[in-house]
Design a protein around this ligand. Structure first.
Ligand code: BES
Ligand code: MN
Ligand code: ZN
Length: 480
């Protein structure tokens, strides 16, 4: 979808469909000739309740009147929801070009929300269902009295990146093995001036990433370590680390058959890192970022890592692998150690790490863990700004104690089946050490989130938050 901003009034554009908003207790800001919209409101056909829709015609266009609810409650998330509703109705009306009249006295974050809600709702995964490709709204015009070109541009770039992350997540494991993900990252990055280096399985072993290599051993598909680097300006070097297990069967600690097919989504953290960095480069954001994505399958076979095996991570830590299904932390341990070696000054990892976080938080919030108050506060603030919600979980030496190994320094599986999301975070904390680090467990938010602007499948969770966080680091706001 092509997205553009204008200071022309909607009826002065060539859009075939116009969205006009109304808040509770307020009239229509601009009526079309003949006071049609006011009459529609008066008759009760158009309502100011959030998401309510009515359609009329004027000057050869379709006019969609959308309720935004109470102005004092209105926020960017409600803008996304309203924009999704308008886009849905526009499709039904066979609209091709849609112009949103931005309501008066709203901030740039609401303008961004309107763009995001439209672009995210327009997403379809039609790669294997050509018949599902249908006519689309190919142009979105955002009309406001003042210049909104910048928030519109940023929101469009970021929402497109989020949709690409959804494509990666939805693509099945047979068509997106680690090597294909690495090729994709290379191709995407070359378009935007991101440096990419890819290490194959032999190189991963040679580097000393014994934990990552152990996970990779069971599969015939070769693992890849994907290192991305974008230098938009000197700034504290931000390390973004993503879990990209392109299929997680559990390995020899095999998962049960129910929902195993969902484990093609176990690479969504890595996808968010790749696409966030591509978006930052496209935006020419003034920030310095290194992305470290660990891509592998987790499968059982004659060469697979076995429960009880002891492996040595890149930083020399020895780990007992007591459950081969706790593979994400093994991959991330080496990726975090690698990011430290690359002199990153702040870290954030993002991973579909535990089923426990789904039990705890459902699909509304992702789990956050952090070893640094200011860094945690920045992540929380970016989360609120972008609507990609996170909720902080605790760290505590007693949890750290639970990941100490019996025969090695650490175990990837605690004896007591308790607090899985937190002990998983403590496992990663060991590798981050004192460096400001935050961890996002997106197992509940990465796919099948019932929000009006999503359909079933991958959500691209994290792209918006990571971009916002990186831009924040680049601007030096709230430096630790
Ligand atoms: N990829 C899974 C986590 C997961 C499970 C994400 C369900 C989304 C839905 C991860 O590798 C895993 O298997 N975690 C285990 C860890 C356990 C064995 C310590 C879990 O959470 O059950
Ligand atoms: Mn697993
Ligand atoms: Zn996994």
């Amino acid at each position: 979808m092509k997205v553009q901003a204008t200071t022309l009034s909607p009826l002065a554009t060539d859009a075939d469909t116009v969205a006009v908003a109304v808040f509770e207790g307020e009239g229509i800001a601009h009526d079309v000739p003949g006071e049609q919209l006011a009459a529609l409101l008066e008759s009760g056909e158009a309502k100011p309740e959030l998401g309510s829709l009515a359609v009329t015609h004027a000057e050869g266009r379709r006019i969609v009147v959308v309720g935004l609810g109470d102005r004092s409650q209105f926020d960017p998330e409600r803008a996304r929801v309203a924009a999704a509703a308008v886009h849905g109705r526009s499709l039904e009306l066979s609209a091709r070009s849609l112009c949103w009249e931005v309501p008066h006295h709203v901030g740039d974050d609401v303008v961004a929300g309107l763009v995001e809600g439209t672009v995210l709702h327009a997403y379809r995964f039609a790669r294997y269902k050509p018949e599902a490709r249908r006519d689309e709204v190919s142009r979105l015009i955002v009309s406001a009295h003042h210049d909104v070109a910048e928030p519109v541009r940023v929101a469009a770039v970021v929402a497109d990146a989020q949709n690409r992350a959804r494509d990666l997540g939805n693509t099945p494991a047979n068509d997106l093995p680690p090597a294909a993900l690495a090729d994709y990252a290379q191709e995407l990055s070359s378009r935007h001036g991101v440096g990419v280096e890819v290490f194959d399985e032999e190189a991963i072993g040679a580097l000393g990433m014994g934990a990552f290599a152990a996970v990779a051993r069971g599969s015939d598909q070769e693992a890849r370590l994907i290192r991305l680097e974008y230098e938009g300006a000197p700034s504290p070097r931000l390390g973004l680390i993503g879990k990209a297990v392109t299929f997680d069967s559990g390995g020899l600690s095999l998962k049960s058959r129910e929902k195993m097919q969902e484990m093609k989504f176990d690479m969504c953290g890595g996808a968010a890192v790749i696409e966030a960095i591509a978006a930052l480069a496209e935006l020419r954001a003034p920030v310095s970022v290194v992305g470290v994505v660990g891509a592998t399958e987790n499968l059982p076979s004659g060469s697979a890592v076995k429960p009880g095996d002891i492996v040595t991570a890149l930083d020399g830590t020895t780990i007992e692998v007591n459950d081969t299904d706790a593979e994400g932390r093994l991959v991330l341990a080496d990726c975090i150690a690698y990011a430290r070696r690359e002199r990153c000054e702040r870290l954030l990892d993002i991973a579909t790490l535990t089923g426990g976080i789904v039990i705890a938080l459902g699909s509304t919030h992702a789990g956050l863990a952090a070893n640094d108050e200011r860094w945690a506060a920045q992540v929380l603030d970016c989360s609120e700004r972008t609507g990609e919600l996170v909720w902080r979980m605790p760290l505590h030496p007693e949890y750290a104690e639970m990941v100490k190994g019996r025969y090695a320094q650490l175990t990837n599986h605690t004896v007591r089946r308790e607090a899985f999301p937190v002990t998983a975070a403590e496992f990663l904390h060991h590798f981050a050490g004192e460096l400001p680090w935050a961890h996002l467990d997106i197992a509940g938010t990465a796919w099948d989130v019932p929000r009006p602007y999503f359909d079933k499948g991958a959500t691209g969770f994290g792209v918006r938050l990571l971009v916002e966080l990186a831009r924040r680091v680049g601007s030096g706001a709230g430096d630790p």
